[in-house]
Design a protein around this ligand. Structure first.
Ligand code: UD1
Ligand code: CA
Length: 452
């Protein structure tokens, strides 16, 4: 179910597209469901801003059901009747509860089948049940449920119950649609509540049961910004725990922000206050030092990212050393054993094996070979205000400090560029280029000036 507006978030964006752990709430729920059933068996009920929600998750391959207007969770299921007709059972997930795991979804389905129930509710025991529907069991130790009562309709005694409805259910498709017409909208929101199916089915003599989750935090919903942030923190801690099980050392994990889809190899070390985002993959034996932000980047084995680097859409080969204070922008490809140092910015650059650009440099739109030394303060002038041009620097070139390379320009194999040169023409292989005015020395000039 992902058709709701999310009024309590006070946001112009649909609730299920808010992000935790680096992707939307809905994308997390779909990812969990895909591990349990084939993707062709997953339907997302969309309504509020249905185009945006559909676009956001379309590439997963799920099907869609339109609920318009949105008249409650019960109405959402009414709209899905045709899509569900070919199936015997349906598991209903809330698009705003992203911590759910495939294991729990499987347990819910198994329990439902084992109990031959018409409806099975996934419940949880919460320290603070405020805001959730309460599960009213038929007896203290009974599996069977009499009703689910929404908070606003609870009696004071019911409000004290700590067993809450997670918003995840299994239904017999036949029993659900045989009785769904009996739902009424006599409640504070004038909506069709899916939760009322518990009482409806029980009155029809059908079996309604509940199963409790082991880990209550799995079912947390994100109705407010505070809840979103809380879920995000839980999700990121879960991610750090997973990586540590896989052999990654993360110091002060509570200070690190690592997105759900990130991969890190064994024996890598992540220092405090690091962010690793999006589809980033980091190999084995790497060290990412504090205050670095790495996004959508591919990093090989044995790479060191020194403190305070920003990497976005970069590829870094084995054994390279980056930083401190390097900014690698999209299309930066740093070769094996290469070094990129302080205050160096790169964009759309291939820097070959063992090449070095260690200080105060801008390299944009450049193809740089192996074993090249880029001196401090070198700048590729790649932009004339209208177009971008490429700088080619072949293997073994030595670029002296404070040089400007005005593209398009090519420095041939093994060439030298004298310090402080402005290079506007190609430099042939093996030659020295000097692009600066000759130094003039006026002997005794200073002494004369002071005495006058
Ligand atoms: C719901 C349950 C409540 C439970 C809680 C758990 C009902 C009436 N109440 O409350 O018992 O404790 O979840 O998180 O179901 N949606 C639609 N169409 C609609 C309305 C909602 O698709 O017309 C979707 C929402 O996008 C959301 C999900 O259903 O993903 C749950 O809706 P929400 O409004 O968050 O329900 P709660 O008030 O949290
Ligand atoms: Ca909710």
């Amino acid at each position: 179910m992902a058709a709701g507006k999310g009024t309590r978030l006070k946001s112009k964006h649909p609730k299920v597209l808010h992000e935790v752990g680096g992707k939307s709430l809905l994308a997390h729920v779909i990812a969990a469901a895909r591990k349990v059933v084939p993707v062709e068996h997953i339907f997302v009920i969309v309504g509020h801003e249905s185009d945006r929600v559909t676009m956001a998750v379309q590439e997963t391959g799920v099907g869609f059901v339109l609920q318009s207007p949105q008249r409650g969770t019960g109405h959402a299921l009414m709209c899905a009747e045709n899509s569900l007709a070919p199936f015997e059972e349906v598991i209903v997930l809330s698009g705003d509860a992203p911590l759910i795991t495939p294991e729990t979804i499987t347990r819910l389905g198994d329990f439902h089948r084992q109990k031959k129930a018409a409806m099975t509710i996934l419940s949880a025991e919460l320290e603070d049940p405020t805001g959730y529907g309460r599960v009213i069991r038929a007896g203290q130790k009974s599996d069977e449920v009499k009703a689910v009562v929404e908070e606003k309709s609870c009696t004071p005694a019911q409000r004290k119950l700590q067993e809450i409805n997670s918003g995840f259910y299994a239904f017999s498709v036949r029993e659900l649609f045989a009785s769904i017409g009996k739902l009424k909208t006599e409640n504070p929101h004038s909506e069709y509540y899916l939760t009322d199916m518990a009482a409806v089915l029980r009155k029809a003599g059908k079996r309604v049961v509940a199963i409790k989750t082991g880990d209550a935090s799995e079912i947390l919903g994100s109705n407010t910004c505070a809840e979103l942030v809380n879920i995000d923190a839980k999700m990121r801690m879960r991610k750090c725990q997973q990586l540590m099980v896989e052999g990654v050392t993360i110091f002060y994990p509570e200070t690190c922000v690592i997105d759900s889809d990130v991969e890190v190899g064994a024996d890598s070390v992540i220092e405090p206050f690091v962010q690793i985002l999006g589809g980033t993959k980091i190999g084995a034996d790497c060290r990412v030092r504090s205050y670095s932000v790495i996004q959508n980047s591919q990093i090989g084995d044995g790479v060191t990212v020194r403190p305070a680097c920003v990497l976005d859409g970069a590829r870094i080969d084995n054994g390279a050393v980056i930083g401190p204070y390097s900014h690698l922008r999209p299309g930066s490809e740093i070769g094996e054993g290469a070094h990129v140092g302080n205050f160096v910015e790169t964009k759309k650059v291939r820097l070959g094996k063992k090449s070095k650009a260690n200080h105060l440099t801008y390299l944009g739109d450049a193809e740089i070979g192996e074993g090249v030394n880029i001196g401090a303060g070198t700048i590729t002038c790649n932009y004339d205000g209208v177009n971008k041009y490429t700088t080619v620097i072949e293997d073994g070139v030595f670029v002296g400090s404070d040089s400007t390379l005005v593209a398009p320009v090519k420095l041939g194999k093994g060439a030298y560029v004298a310090a402080a040169s402005c290079i506007t023409e190609d430099v042939p292989e093996g030659s020295l280029a000097l692009g600066r005015s000759k130094q003039v020395v006026k002997e005794g000039w200073a002494r004369k000036k002071r005495s006058s």
